[in-house]
Write a protein of this length. Sequence first.
Length: 114
Amino acid sequence: MFRNPRSLLFIFFFASLAALLVFSGDPPDGGRTDANRDFLAACEASPFAAQNTGSTEAAVRVCSCILSWHRKEGEATGRPLPAVLYRGDGAAGTAAAAVDERARASCLSGRVAP
């Protein structure tokens, strides 16, 4: 069976194709990427970002820092991202609001680690 180089080439090609099909997909993130995008869009478009930052780049930096705080603090307790705090279309929980206040104070002062 393996005396012919074509059969080895065929087996290699088939195994490579099978591995590509099995391992090429991105792992599911449970909507985390979409939640991150939604939070960043809400934060960057919020009056908070407009009042406290002088440019789009600064708003992106501050909002990314706040997102990092919410991810680190919220993963331990399972809290969702409080995009409603920036959109103004609802109320967030008190725990999320407390984390957000600490994150805002830290990120605006230039300290980025929680």
